[in-house]
Ligand binder design. Structure first.
Ligand SMILES: C[S@@+](CC[C@H](N)C(=O)[O-])C[C@H]1O[C@@H](n2cnc3c(N)ncnc32)[C@H](O)[C@@H]1O
Length: 464
């Protein structure tokens, strides 16, 4: 390709996709268009490049090209030093600090490619089984590439995914299939929730996408693709997605004083990790204070109540500090509920929300928010009941159908999964692609269509 064409391509890709291809990376850009041209039926890469530059940009186009322009290169326990620090320092500290408190752990692999990274975390946490026995663990894994996500949900790998990986991992956690490939055991597969998310385009943190109140975010070998401007935006969103004292783990080659200036850089031997400096208050409003204060009358009903968790066990609801009575309209407290939930203060958020619901029982949006928070607590059956209430009040509440489909997928109830997904598809037909969906925290109908499209494929694979 001529330099002039590469220069045009590079600026087009930067402004429309946020991907960074400076002069030194032009060979990679050319290579990407070589592969795309072959697969998309063009005679040569120039023709493909010209088509790309002159075709009106759609989300579809951006996402299909992202598959060529980014590399899904990954393997189990890649850049193992971060995983060592994760298991030797970060998780033990969280366990210590939350001992006797709400035992939840939320981790996000952002740019998970074919799943080796989030499954590595799941395996390492499984090895710490004793210390984490009673914990509600949520591992979210997202990527822009639906093909990669499909492979991730399959959980079937070749030897190439284990280059540089210690043999115990393969021996203890995989079964060899007839064709010689390695199938991840279902106990670990079940620990990871895969989902489609474009880090540059999508809105996060948000409750519906589960990208809030994270303890640890792994985003390794991803930021390097973005222009400095987009990388800054993504890092800023990560900052908001983390709880106070939460960790951002990037690749050693991505460490930068400037990009992560909001964070505290913490040096370990051979690694620098980034920490959101908190006020140390997280969780203190729960157990620590409850001994000194009277529990607010209106919140009394839930305290000490037993909820059923995702793993089938039950747990006592934590005691929470009283929420001051709202002054004017109860609905004014809804943003505070969201903020509390985003900070991981789920019990407080729920208590306040219950007061709001009591004053406005027929508002489906409130029941939906309640379902999102309950789901985050791991109380799946309570969340399901809340979602059913949403549909009773508003059969057309598209996000409730999607959430029920997600729960059904997790519980392996295929019939319900398909039914709710089909409902969501048909309801979305009534929206314009750029219309923001109610209670979605900024998600458009077009974007949700894309997300449930990826879910549909994952559901197909899950059955196999
Ligand atoms: C090199 S892989 C990294 C895999 C894994 N994190 C690791 O370090 O082994 C980069 C991944 O980032 C994903 N990616 C690139 N741009 C993205 C975006 N805008 N949103 C979400 N994922 C993106 C790619 O699809 C690819 O799967």
């Amino acid at each position: 390709m001529s330099d002039a064409l590469l220069a045009r391509l590079s600026s087009h890709v930067a402004s429309h996709m946020g991907l960074h291809f400076p002069l030194t990376k032009w060979p990679a850009l050319e290579k990407a268009f070589n592969s795309a041209a072959g697969e998309l039926g063009f005679d040569n890469p120039e023709e493909c490049a010209n088509w790309f530059i002159t075709t009106p940009i759609t989300q579809e186009l951006v996402e299909s090209m992202a598959g060529y322009l980014t590399i899904g290169e990954t393997y189990f326990l890649r850049e193992n030093r971060s995983f060592e620090i994760f298991t030797a320092e970060i998780i033990p500290e969280i366990i210590r600090k939350r001992c006797g408190d709400k035992q939840r752990l939320r981790i996000w692999s952002a740019g998970c490619a074919t799943g080796e990274e989030p499954y590595s975390m799941a395996i390492l946490l499984d090895k710490m089984n004793n210390a984490l026995k009673e914990w509600n663990i949520f591992i979210l894994a997202t990527d822009i590439n639906p093909k990669a996500l499909r492979k991730a949900t399959d959980g079937i790998y070749t030897e190439w995914s284990f280059r540089n990986t210690p043999s115990w991992l393969k021996e203890n956690y995989f079964r060899k299939s007839a064709d010689g490939r390695l199938q991840l055991i279902s106990q670990i597969k079940k620990m990871v929730d895969f989902s489609y998310l474009n880090l540059v385009e999508d809105f996060y943190p948000s409750l519906p996408s589960g990208t809030n109140a994270m303890d640890v975010i792994f985003c390794r070998n991803v930021l390097m693709y973005f222009t400095p401007e987009f990388a800054r935006k993504v890092v800023e969103c990560f900052y908001r997605s983390l709880v106070d004292e939460g960790w951002l783990i990037v690749s050693p080659c991505e460490a930068s004083q400037v990009l992560f200036s909001q964070f505290k850089a913490v040096s370990f031997q051979d690694a620098v990790l980034y920490r959101k400096e908190g006020n140390g208050e997280r969780g203190k409003g729960t157990k620590a204070e409850s001994g000194n204060r009277r529990i607010g009358e209106r919140g009394k009903s839930r305290i000490g109540e037993t909820v059923k968790l995702r793993n089938g066990e039950t747990e006592q609801k934590e005691a929470v500090s009283p929420i001051p009575p709202f002054s004017d309209s109860p609905l004014q407290s809804v943003p505070l509920c969201r903020t509390l939930a985003n900070q991981g203060k789920l019990a407080e958020a729920l208590m306040l929300l219950e007061q709001v619901i009591a004053a406005d029982k027929l508002n489906p949006g409130l029941h939906y928010l309640q379902a999102m928070i309950l789901q985050e607590q791991g109380a799946d059956s309570e969340a399901k009941a809340a979602l059913k209430r949403v549909l009773y009040l508003d059969q057309k509440f598209v996000l409730a159908h999607v959430a029920l489909a997600t729960l059904a997928l997790r519980q392996g109830i295929r019939k319900d999964f398909q039914r709710y997904l089909e409902n969501a598809f048909s309801l979305l037909g009534g929206y314009q692609a750029d219309e923001i969906l109610p209670e979605s925290e900024g998600m458009t109908a077009g974007r949700l269509m894309k997300i449930i499209g990826a879910m549909d494929v994952m559901g197909d694979r899950d059955e196999s």
